[in-house]
Design a protein around this ligand. Structure first.
Ligand SMILES: NC(=O)c1ccc[n+]([C@@H]2O[C@H](COP(=O)([O-])OP(=O)(O)OC[C@H]3O[C@@H](n4cnc5c(N)ncnc54)[C@H](OP(=O)(O)O)[C@@H]3O)[C@@H](O)[C@H]2O)c1
Length: 262
């Protein structure tokens, strides 16, 4: 086995379910989040056996924290076989109301943070000779959506950046895979930022009706066995990605109708 993985956002939702799912296939998993106590819950849920789970406290909104987390991992591991850039924070605010500070924070957490972490871990991903960087994107990384402007922009930016990295690092056997996630029942809407930077605090209907994080993690595990560059995971909302690509007139008709309710 002797495989080493790093999963961000492992203290909750999709990242936690994925950690539980992957624990048997890795020798060591570094699990990242802002709070040690939440990461410890993930460790407890995994039980004994399987991978050694190492909690790593890291705040993607703090460059120094990313550096110290990555340095700590690199000190222990020459080779990293898997990096799942999963952590993220959503948004529920109109463009006209959202402060520049909140926009900068959303870009740091959802785009610059994963970029900074990946660059710091890149030597160990190269060293492994065969490794994978996974990006948890969203359907709003494929199209814009009301109340998600900066979050959507950050997810779009991930596609441009990490697709470029895939081309550059093919020679080093690093594969980049995007997970385009639809609706999953997690705390993502509750934790979303409002115009002034507070927590939104509500469970959206969409979220509540989504697939469970366990089902999502099972699909991610299957994706990890494949060489599909982009994998769509969710329910019927994924149709909007297909519509945007193949039937744009239909996409705009539906999206504009939905936008009228905002
Ligand atoms: N659920 C959905 O429907 C959905 C749809 C599309 C995409 N996604 C994406 O899926 C990923 C996982 O989200 P989730 O649904 O599992 O939501 P979640 O339950 O809110 O989990 C978010 C995770 O990200 C971590 N995180 C948030 N801000 C962070 C920061 N500043 N620094 C470090 N870690 C941070 C959280 O850790 P702590 O709070 O403990 O630090 C938590 O582990 C995100 O990238 C999200 O954008 C989710």
């Amino acid at each position: 086995m002797n495989k080493v993985g790093v999963i961000t956002g492992a203290s909750s939702g999709i990242g936690q379910a994925l950690t539980i799912r992957l624990a048997d296939s890795y020798s060591v998993l570094y699990i990242c989040g802002r709070k040690l106590s939440s990461l410890q819950k993930t460790v407890d849920l995994c039980g004994t056996g399987g991978a050694k789970l190492v909690p790593v406290v890291m705040d993607l909104n703090d460059k120094a924290s990313i550096k110290s987390a990555a340095t700590g991992i690199i000190k222990k591991e020459k080779n990293i076989h898997l990096l799942v850039n999963n952590a993220g924070q959503s948004q529920r605010s109109l463009v006209k109301d959202t402060s520049e500070e909140v926009e900068a924070m959303l870009m740091q957490i959802n785009y610059f943070g994963p970029v900074q972490l990946t660059k710091l871990l890149l030597p160990a991903l190269q060293q492994a000779q065969s490794s994978r960087i996974v990006i948890t994107s969203s359907i709003v990384g494929k199209f814009g959506y009301p109340l998600r402007s900066t979050y959507s922009a950050a997810k779009h930016a991930l596609h441009g950046y990490f697709e470029s990295l895939r081309f550059e690092e093919k020679k080093n056997s690093i594969f980049v895979q995007f997970l385009v996630i639809g609706r999953v029942q997690t705390q993502v809407s509750v934790n979303a930022l409002t115009a002034g930077g507070e927590q939104y605090g509500k469970m959206d209907n969409g979220q509540a009706g989504g697939i469970s994080s366990e089902v999502c993690a099972r699909k991610i595990e299957a994706a990890l066995q494949s060489n599909r560059k982009e994998v769509l995971i969710g329910g019927k909302e994924l149709l909007m990605v297909k519509f945007k690509k193949y039937l744009p007139f239909l996409f705009y008709k539906i999206a504009e109708k939905e936008s009228n309710h905002v």
